[in-house]
Write a protein that binds this ligand. Sequence first.
Ligand SMILES: Nc1nc2c(ncn2[C@@H]2O[C@H](COP(=O)(O)OP(=O)(O)OP(=O)(O)O)[C@@H](O)[C@H]2O)c(=O)[nH]1
Ligand SMILES: [Mg+2]
Length: 305
Amino acid sequence: MAIQWFPGHMHLTRKAIGERIKDIDVVIEMLDARLPGSSANPMLGELIQGKPTLKVLSKQDLADADRTQDWLRHYNAQPGVRALALDTSMASPAKALIQACQTLAPMRGGMVKPMRVLMCGIPNVGKSTLINTLKGQRAAKTGDEAGVTKVEQRISLADDFYIYDTPGVLWPRIIVAQSGYNLAASGAVGVNAFDEQEVALELLQYLLNHYPQNLALRYKVPAASLHSDAEWLQAIARQRGAVQSGGRLNTAKAADLVIHDFRSGALGRVTLETPTEFAQWLKLGQLADAQRQQKPKRSAKSKTS
Ligand SMILES: Nc1nc2c(ncn2[C@@H]2O[C@H](COP(=O)(O)OP(=O)(O)OP(=O)(O)O)[C@@H](O)[C@H]2O)c(=O)[nH]1
Ligand SMILES: [Mg+2]
């Protein structure tokens, strides 16, 4: 089933960003380095269109370093786009952002024309953590779950430089199925809005195809001995003692473990998509969506018959 999560505070944030954006000089659009394509919110993309934007790939410490370089090359090759990757808790690389904002909006600065930066992105991607790092103190609430920031907050980094922290937002209809799974695996989707086993199986399938050694190392199972996502889920349940009364394997618990291991980095540095893969998924998603929209709606008569 397609993953969707667009609670009321996201709807309000969409409106708030729409109103705020005219008074913004630079936008920092935060993406998750483990899923850059899927974490780029098309709804935010529309709202911030035309503003000087810096793409920041967060959680690079958890992502596959080679793939992060591929994504940065991909973005930096696009006209007018600047992208960099960070671990948002590290102070010195984060400070480079301040310089980058000044380069993007050189006319801003001083008390009369302070620099106004908008930080936006999907939930749980590290927006508030980065602001705290830039500020050098805990000015914004952070936490390892989606939807910690609930309302926009203005934080001054200097008398003439302030930054708006915004609540993470997804979008009303995620048309790329794989993006829904990757977003859920990353922690961007509320816990009750997806099926953990479904997400864990998709994650295992991708890891099986692209990072089999990471699985083997973490769960101490020879990579070549298991051939499907379902076999892996069962092996993990067995290996981690996730067994229900009567000896049945508790695959729900195993799913939770796999997702947790991915989020914490216990599975090693992993990136769930390449620019090429994501472009293909997007094309297929758009095609399926166009076909879905073309399908004639069943008439009220045929529905009741
Ligand atoms: N490993 C790692 N963890 C990070 C990084 N940035 C943020 N985190 C963690 O990710 C979680 C979410 O961080 P927040 O700063 O609260 O995320 P947010 O984007 O403000 O989330 P919302 O307010 O829910 O939209 C926290 O547990 C952070 O410690 C990073 O670069 N690397
Ligand atoms: Mg936040």
